[in-house]
Write a protein that binds this ligand. Sequence first.
Ligand code: NAD
Ligand code: UGA
Length: 461
Amino acid sequence: MKIKSICCLGAGYVGGPTMAMIANKCPDIQVTVCDMNQARIDAWNSNTLPVYEPGLREIVESCRGKNLHFTTDLKPAIAAADLIFVCVGTPTKSYGIGAGRAADLRYIESAARLIAEVSHGNKIIVEKSTIPVKTATAIQRIIAANNSTDATFQVLSNPEFLAEGTAVADMENPDRILIGGEQTPEGQAALNALVSVYANWVPREKIITTNLWSSELSKLVANAFLAQRISSINSISALCEATGADVNEVARAIGSDSRIGPKFLKASVGFGGSCFQKDILNLVYLCESFNLPQVADYWRSVVEINDWQKSRFVEKIVRTLFNTVSGKRIAILGFAFKKDTNDTRESAAIHVIRDLLTENAHVAVYDPRVTQETMHRDLLEAGVSQHSLDTNFEIVASPYAAAENAHALATLTEWDEFRDLDLTRLYDLMLKPAFVFDGRAILPAEALAKHGFEAFIIGKG
Ligand code: NAD
Ligand code: UGA
């Protein structure tokens, strides 16, 4: 089966960029990205895309209106497609059974019902959203129970491994593409059809095919292993601070062992992003459901260390500033969960700023990409009061504006521009003693000391 028309449900951080890449690499395939969120679709059709990713705009602009389309008209797009990617959100469930751990599959279910309602002929449904193992069975059952037409369906799992900020490069040259399918002739035919789409630009040896459950589970496990490395190095960062060791030196020393490898060993104020915590909690819930409490506890500790790291950072600021930050201006550099994205979901900055506002600090934030609307929304959702935002929270246009009359400055996102700050200017602007809390270990320790700052760098004793 040759794929000529693709539809994607969900125009978010995954749906938009992945479909733009497919459209770009496969000019013979018509790709339609659908979402019921009109504002998001309007933004994809405008000059200001809803997702900031280096290189994304160029790709979208080269295909949009040719073989890449964005629409809220879901039904005709599904009906016309040979293959439907499901890229809807799978957030942590906030209510009922499994609240706080299990994945909320309501968007997956609504997508499956809609597909069943409007489809005719043979369709391939591809789970690209990150989901618990066995979700493919749930999708198959929902479709079978709601399919009143002549349509037949194959469900594939094709998890996405892109990281935000490097999405275009990751998709252009992926470490691997993973596709899971049923071990039947029809399942393998569907799997081969999707392999052919990726084979337009990904070498065949990088396309891994497995059974459905291995593919679904591998996505959760990949994120759990990546996050585990960060919590491991962050746990060691506390020991380094206590002993005089330097976590960057330790990371370099252990990462040079080819069995360990150098990546994902950067100590930080804590990992953020929409997925690590959610996916580990999802894995924890799965383990509990399969009566594996020891395994669940093991993975839960990765999230616990991450929460501890964020609290520890705030405690360090409060203790260092003579046990009170009340009424003190604290400059915060960075609000995004990592550099080169405007995404703030689960950003460590939200936790740190909320806790500083609880201590009655006056917080002045600079981030090159995150809007005021997003910061306000995130902080209100995190429990900050409107009064606190109105009186103690300020968004400024540069790191220097944030530093003006500040008692302390904290880096929470590793934006490149923070590495080249004019330390003399910064120091002159701040109250003395001028404290720096480098939550990303990106500032030069010796230069900070030379300029007169009292600096705390995460993981440096
Ligand atoms: P997102 O919230 O940015 O986008 C999801 C979109 O789906 C929303 O715009 C929503 O309106 C839309 N939607 C919900 N139900 C729909 C329906 N029935 N039909 C059409 N649209 C619908 O989420 P995201 O960051 O793109 O993540 C999507 C999935 O991909 C999640 O499962 C996530 O875990 C996974 N994932 C995300 C990343 C990442 O970097 N963000 C990377 C890999 C995997
Ligand atoms: C992560 C994975 O890297 C992707 O493979 C996966 O597809 C994605 O989650 C997902 O499923 O959503 P992402 O969250 O976009 O991607 O970004 P990462 O580069 O993994 O960074 C996550 C967080 O960890 C950031 O806050 C980052 O600053 C932090 N981090 C990363 C560290 O603190 N130290 C490190 O060494 C690396």
